[in-house]
Design a binder for this molecule. Structure first.
Ligand SMILES: Nc1nc2c(c(=O)[nH]1)N[C@H]1C(S)=C(S)[C@@H](COP(=O)(O)OP(=O)(O)OC[C@H]3O[C@@H](n4cnc5c(=O)[nH]c(N)nc54)[C@H](O)[C@@H]3O)O[C@H]1N2
Ligand SMILES: Nc1nc2c(c(=O)[nH]1)N[C@H]1C(S)=C(S)[C@@H](COP(=O)(O)OP(=O)(O)OC[C@H]3O[C@@H](n4cnc5c(=O)[nH]c(N)nc54)[C@H](O)[C@@H]3O)O[C@H]1N2
Ligand SMILES: [Mo]
Length: 744
């Protein structure tokens, strides 16, 4: 390279699992990245600029670090110890192909599992490609749910019959009140447009209220009202708000009568005792306890007058929107807070109207998705993704009662794991110590392949460890999460580091060993597939330019973005346009839950249930503090934790209230140990009034770094979290934890 070489500006987009997918422009000279820039208002035209945050601007520093994995390796010490020996790609591929075949022939196709892994959240992802090859080779154990949205997606479907409850986000500007419930968009990127819209809403004078145990960055960035709540008690607050609205006669009774099942006795399904309705619970007819604000205050910690006034404001603001983040549902009874929010949206007549919001998951597709590369899975069975450790331990005993779908039971434990561009094998899954012990036993899961950029805690558990390539070194097709009307081309910027390879290349060689190359590749290389997938999308989205033009620009911003309101027709005339539920109505009471065995511990109506490790658990005598996590601006999950340049943005610290700190003799910056029966971690404390006494908070995603005694030294929250799934969705309760803290 010389300074006279031409500087090329290559447009690309990131592909980690942050909802943003911001625009990155790499300034490259002679194969070397000089700097990264991002979208500009001039480029964006009338659209919202798709600007990268500090993480986006740091991709090259994170990914081109000297710590990158550079060649294939095989494990030499005990599994998990992290000792590896360099091998050739040929040996790696041969070993994978022969173990793949052996395990299929010994235990059947359903013994093979590809983990939840979001490091390449793009259309042509290593995870989907591995599942493609397994499907062509007889099948694999699939999963459903995500670590992101298990409870919110299933609770929403339970009530509306669909997760697609989102309207166009521009309609937020037609609201009179917006509640950001367990939602922190200033920090937790779901997209590049939410904050822009919320800032516009703020400028228009629309009141914004944040309900969160922490005074999040969103409270500060939008200067909004903050209602602190005890973690895992949102459903109690919602019950009491419903009580106030009902006792003041402010509910939209016509809407409830027309569109909802189970609010009161007169609207219950046949064959169910009428007093199983929501109202009988609310008034205390069934349990003698009216769900008053005073009742809720003792549980959720929000003062009764605040509850009353919030309820009245919600009922009187017409229309109003309850926007849910995913934080309040990553809890032990995370389903119930979601159901309560939907109930409030129904009671206040905010469903199906512009400026209102159906609430729930709010999936929304204004434009088509890229097609899948996965053929049908001949094995057909799937588990909740969070329950994969159960399937390693005792898969052959798992049945529909454990969340198995697509068949009555599993016929094998998991014997082979492919963990490609993911860190859920250890770092991001709950109860790291339990998972590590399980995976150390090579008689249980017999073979583990990891492909990553770094020697992460998950990568240390690989039998074969492969060097991947980052988005700067390979290409793909990207799409943002729900609000963002564009698609991006992840152009390759520089050649791969070391012997790093995109997963498709070596999977094609494994396919070759299995006699499946032609079926797997259909004769295409990566570029050929990307063009093929793009053209399939283009057939549905006629305004897309041809592939080469799209690739050269690196982005297409959709011009035709019609405004849609979820359930407009259903709400107007549910007879002619039934909701996609069994009853054709919004099921405030769920006949499905009533019939099933969930009945005993999971109620058929939205209502507060005291969760294990919640504020009312007797375990608080031993572990008095409720610990939650959050997704910090400094990382995307575990990504960027090894980039010291980003650390000052949000150093890993335990947030603790001054009263709790004083009681333990802790001052700002002191090293603390946090523990419960599952594990221990050490981290400095941040003494702050940005949360209430009794609550502590630790950002999720920090790299598990155990000392010789197994005590984590890096504030990695998953040494403290539980593997017990939530009762209905069987999701991850990773924000519900009781702990104690002391000076380290
Ligand atoms: N910067 C950044 N952005 C990201 C990600 C990232 O890692 N970093 N990850 C992306 C991914 S994959 C996902 S799934 C999303 C995650 O998005 P979310 O799940 O919404 O993010 P969290 O930070 O876990 O939770 C949001 C807020 O909920 C609060 N909260 C926790 N417990 C409770 C509770 O009991 N009640 C209430 N009312 N609030 C509660 C937290 O304090 C937090 O401020 O973010 C995406 N965007
Ligand atoms: N306690 C707690 N745990 C949580 C959460 C929580 O809120 N609290 N959140 C959960 C959520 S919402 C999610 S989505 C999961 C996320 O779980 P994961 O998807 O496992 O999380 P990441 O840390 O993003 O892991 C991505 C991995 O891919 C690697 N990688 C990045 N880019 C590339 C690439 O181009 N190629 C290859 N081969 N590798 C690459 C990174 O080095 C990293 O190891 O975590 C969950 N875990
Ligand atoms: Mo997520």
């Amino acid at each position: 390279m010389s300074e006279y070489d031409e500087i090329q500006i290559i447009p690309t987009t990131g592909r980690n699992n942050c909802g943003g997918r911001c625009i990155i422009r790499a300034h490259v000279r002679g194969g070397e990245i000089l700097r990264l820039t991002t979208d500009t208002p001039a480029e964006a035209g009338e659209g919202v600029p798709l600007c990268a945050c500090a993480r986006g601007m740091n991709y090259h520093r994170t990914f081109l670090s000297p710590d990158r994995l550079r060649y294939p390796m095989k494990r030499v010490g005990p599994r998990g110890e992290g000792k590896f020996q360099r091998i050739s790609w040929e040996e790696a591929v041969d070993t994978i192909a022969s173990e793949w075949r052996r395990i299929r022939d010994t235990y059947g196709p359903g013994s093979r599992y590809v983990t939840y892994a979001t490091g390449v959240s793009a259309a042509f992802s290593p995870k989907s490609l591995a599942q493609r090859l397994l499907a062509l080779d007889g099948g694999y154990l699939d999963y459903y749910n995500s670590y992101s949205t298990a409870c919110i997606s299933q609770a929403t479907e339970l009530m509306y019959g669909t997760m697609h409850t989102g309207s166009s986000p521009e309609t937020w500007l037609d609201s009179q009140l917006i509640l950001l419930w367990g939602h922190n968009p200033a920090e937790t990127k779901f997209d590049c447009v939410s904050m822009h819209l919320l800032q516009t809403a703020k400028a228009k004078g629309i009141p914004l209220v944040v309900i969160d145990p922490r005074e999040s960055d969103t409270v500060r960035a939008l200067d909004c009202e903050w209602i602190p709540i005890r973690p895992a008690t949102d459903a109690a607050l919602e019950d009491a708000m419903a009580y106030v609205i009902w006792s003041e006669g402010l509910q939209d009774q016509a809407f409830l009568d027309r569109c909802c099942l189970g609010f009161d006795k007169a609207h219950m399904p046949p064959g169910v005792p009428p007093e199983a309705c929501y109202l009988s619970y609310l008034t205390g007819e069934t349990d003698g306890i009216p769900k008053t604000p005073e009742w809720a205050e003792t549980i959720c910690g929000v003062p009764a007058p605040t509850i009353r006034s919030l309820a009245l404001r919600l009922a009187k603001a017409k229309p109003a929107a309850i926007l849910l983040g995913y934080g309040a549902q990553r809890h032990a009874y995370g389903e119930q807070g979601v159901r309560g929010a939907i109930l409030l949206a129904c009671m206040t007549g905010n469903v199906g109207v512009r400026g209102g919001w159906a609430s729930g998951h709010a999936l929304y597709e204004r434009h088509a998705d890229f097609p899948s590369v996965k053929p049908q899975n001949p094995y057909g069975r799937a588990i909740p993704t969070f329950c994969w450790t159960e399937a390693v331990e005792h898969g052959h005993t798992m049945t529909a009662l454990d969340g198995v779908v697509g068949g009555e039971r599993l016929d094998s434990d998991i014997k082979m794991i492919l963990n490609l561009a993911g860190n859920c094998l250890i770092n991001q899954h709950s109860d790291i110590n339990r998972t590590a012990e399980l995976l150390r036993d090579t008689s249980k899961c017999e073979f583990i392949v990891c492909s990553d950029l770094f020697l992460t805690s998950s990568a240390k558990f690989a039998d074969i460890l492969l060097p991947g390539v980052s988005f700067l070194e390979s290409e793909n097709l990207t799409q943002p999460w729900k609000w963002g009307d564009f698609i991006g081309y992840n152009n390759q910027v520089i050649p791969p580091l070391g012997e790093g390879r995109f997963e498709y290349d070596w999977l094609s060689e494994v396919a070759d060993r299995l006699g499946l190359r032609e079926a797997f590749t259909e004769g295409r290389d990566t570029r050929g597939w990307l063009e093929h997938l793009y053209n399939q999308l283009r057939a549905k989205e006629p305004e897309l330019p041809d592939f080469d033009a799209f690739r050269a620009r690196g982005i297409h911003r959709y011009r035709n973005n019609p405004v849609t309101i979820a359930f407009e027709a259903e709400c107007r005339d549910p007879q002619a346009h039934p909701f996609p539920t069994e009853s054709g109505k919004i099921e405030l009471f769920s006949p499905k839950v009533w019939r099933t065995t969930f009945k005993s511990d999971f109620p058929a109506i939205p209502r507060y249930v005291a969760p294990p490790e919640g504020p009312q658990d007797p375990l608080r005598k031993k572990y008095p503090l409720q610990l939650i996590g959050w997704h910090t601006k400094r990382r995307c999950h575990s990504i960027h934790d090894n980039n010291p340049g980003l650390e000052p943005l949000d150093p890993q610290r335990l947030w603790i209230h001054p009263d709790d700190a004083a009681r333990r003799g802790l001052s700002e910056g002191d090293a603390a140990e946090i523990w419960n029966d599952r594990g221990r971690t050490r981290v400095p404390v941040h003494v702050t009034r940005r949360l209430q006494p009794g609550v502590v908070a630790l950002a999720q995603g920090s790299w598990f770094t155990p000392d010789a005694d197994g005590v984590d030294q890096n504030g990695s929250i998953n040494v403290l979290t539980s593997q017990t799934p939530t009762p209905y969705a069987r999701g991850n309760p990773q924000h519900t934890n009781l702990v104690e803290v002391k000076r380290a």
